[in-house]
Design a protein around this ligand. Structure first.
Ligand SMILES: O=P(O)(O)OC[C@H]1O[C@H](OP(=O)(O)OP(=O)(O)O)[C@H](O)[C@@H]1O
Ligand SMILES: O=C(O)c1cc(=O)[nH]c(=O)[nH]1
Length: 210
C-alpha cells in the first residue's frame, strides 16, 4: 500500500472523515461539501498521532533539508507544526489568519529572524487560501518560504495553481483520491455515496447538495 493510502486508512479508522450529502458541510471558503476531513481528531489518538507526526517529519527532512524554521497555520496546523518542530529540533512559530486585535497585535507568534528558510505546516488544503494567506504574512515579515506540507489535500486544480503561482513547493501526506480508493476497497462508502462524491468532485465550487 502507498504511504498516501496508509495515512488515508488511518483517518478512516478514527472516523475523521464525515459524509453528509443531504446536509452539506460549509467549508472555510464558503463552499458546500458532502465530505469533511477532521484531522483535529487525529490528535486524540496517540499512536496514529505519532505516525502522522513521523510522516510529516520524514517529508520535511527529505524535501526541505535546508529548513531552519517551521510555521504552523492557525488553528488546526498549530499542533502538527509544534510536534514536528519538536521532533526535528527546529525553531517554531505560528501564523494567525489576521493580526490579533489586542495584546501585541501579532499575526505571527514566536521568535524569528528575517531571511530564515521556512516550511509552512497545515493540516488540510481545500482551496489553499488559508495556507497562502500564511505564506503572504511570512513573506511580508521577511521570511523565505521554502515549502509547505499538509496532512490532507483535496487536490483541487485551484489550489495546485495557487501554490504554483505563489512559487510554493507543496507536499501532502495523503489526498482525496487515495482516501476514496481505500474507502471503496474497504466498502466504507456505498455506491450511492460514491456517485454523490463523484458528482461533487466535478464542480465542488458550485455544488449545493445531493
Ligand atoms: O484551503 P482552504 O480553503 O483555506 O481550507 C482549508 C483550511 O480550512 C480549515 O481551517 P478552518 O478555517 O476551518 O479552521 P481551524 O484551522 O481554525 O480549525 C483547515 O484547517 C485549513 O486551514
Ligand atoms: O475547507 C475546509 O474548511 C475544510 C474541509 C475539510 O474537509 N476539513 C476541514 O477541516 N476544513
Amino acid at each position: 500500500m502507498t504511504n498516501e493510502k496508509v495515512v488515508a486508512e488511518k483517518l478512516l479508522q478514527i472516523n475523521a472523515i464525515k459524509l453528509s450529502p443531504t446536509a452539506p458541510f460549509t467549508w472555510a471558503s464558503g463552499w458546500k461539501s458532502p465530505i469533511y476531513c477532521d484531522n483535529r481528531k487525529t490528535l486524540s489518538f496517540p499512536f496514529i498521532r505519532d505516525y502522522v507526526k513521523s510522516e510529516l517529519c520524514n517529508v520535511i527532512f527529505e524535501q526541505f533539508q535546508d529548513a531552519d524554521l517551521l510555521a504552523g497555520v492557525a488553528t488546526a496546523g498549530i499542533p502538527w507544526g509544534a510536534m514536528a518542530a519538536d521532533q526535528l529540533k527546529l525553531p517554531y512559530i505560528y501564523v494567525r489568519p489576521k493580526p490579533k486585535e489586542h495584546g501585541l497585535g501579532n499575526q505571527i507568534e514566536g521568535h524569528f529572524e528575517k531571511g530564515q528558510k521556512t516550511v509552512v505546516i497545515e493540516d488540510l488544503v481545500s482551496t489553499g487560501k488559508s495556507s497562502l494567506q500564511a505564506v503572504d504574512a511570512l513573506r511580508a515579515a521577511g521570511l523565505e518560504v521554502v515549502g509547505m506540507v499538509s496532512i490532507f489535500t483535496y487536490g483541487f486544480a485551484v489550489a495546485e495553481k495557487a501554490f504554483a503561482d505563489a512559487g510554493v513547493a507543496y507536499k501532502s501526506l495523503t489526498n482525496y483520491n487515495s482516501l476514496i480508493e481505500i474507502a471503496i476497497e474497504k466498502n466504507i462508502v456505498t455506491p450511492d455515496q460514491q456517485s454523490i462524491l463523484l458528482n461533487w468532485r466535478e464542480d465542488p465550487a458550485n455544488w449545493t447538495g445531493a
